[in-house]
Write a protein that binds this ligand. Structure first.
Ligand SMILES: CC(C)(COP(=O)(O)OP(=O)(O)OC[C@H]1O[C@@H](n2cnc3c(N)ncnc32)[C@H](O)[C@@H]1OP(=O)(O)O)[C@@H](O)C(=O)NCCC(=O)NCCS
Length: 193
């Protein structure tokens, strides 16, 4: 068993904000999930787009449960229409990967992906703030954001959220930036809902 995955993450099944509902994935999200994997702009700093046929086969074989069942994994949906906007994940960074601030690794790690049409409206910020506030139920500990240094949108968002850049390292043939924040620093902020 992977010990990192045994460490706790967020337990809430649903979180709402002014504009958003963070919830578990369901079948109607599959088109949006496929788009996130195959859109060249969304994947520009994530290793490039994956072939649609491969992604479709994956969902055919595994169904939505492959996403819905993962701890700390949320679909970001429009609160009024329930339309799929993106995904927000707060899980554990495996000790096998480079980029850590503790000796043992397994820190909480935040990842966000929005459909291209939903960028530039503060939605990722709103979703991430809500998840980090909800996660402050856990003991205080570092939370990581890891992004390619070229991924300005991602790193700007991390900075707006209050993450500090700790340094860089090489992985996947690109320079990566490691940013960190204390989980409980998100406790004091005024709620978004
Ligand atoms: C990283 C990503 C989620 C950031 O999305 P984003 O929409 O830029 O992030 P935010 O939610 O913080 O929104 C900020 C933008 O919304 C604007 N905005 C509009 N209304 C706003 C509001 N009410 N509140 C806050 N910002 C608002 C801001 O001015 C800013 O615009 P700018 O980018 O033109 O300066 C998105 O670019 C993405 O999905 N990228 C591809 C996947 C990826 O690389 N993920 C990172 C993996 S670690």
């Amino acid at each position: 068993m992977d010990l990192m995955n045994a460490l706790p993450t967020l337990s809430a099944s649903e979180i709402t904000t002014d504009r958003l509902r963070l919830r578990k994935a369901h079948d109607a999200d599959i088109d949006g999930l496929i788009e996130l994997q195959t859109d060249p702009q969304v994947r520009a700093h994530l290793g490039g787009p994956r072939p649609r046929s491969v992604v479709e086969q994956y969902f055919d074989a595994n169904g939505i449960a492959a996403v819905a069942g993962k701890p700390g994994t949320y679909v970001i949906a429009d609160k009024k229409t329930d339309r799929f906007i993106g995904t927000l994940v707060l899980d554990r960074r495996s000790a096998d990967l480079p980029g850590h601030v503790t000796k043992e690794g397994g820190e909480l790690e935040l990842t966000y992906l929005l459909r291209r049409g939903s960028w530039g409206a503060g939605l990722a910020f709103e979703a991430a703030t809500a998840v980090l506030q909800a996660a402050a139920e856990l003991p205080d500990q570092p939370v990581l954001v890891v992004a390619q240094t070229a991924n300005e949108r991602s790193l700007n968002l991390a900075t707006r959220l209050g993450f500090q850049h700790m340094g860089t390292f090489e992985a996947h043939d690109a320079e990566q930036t490691l940013a960190v924040a204390d989980l409980h620093s998100f406790k004091a902020r005024s709620p978004t809902s």
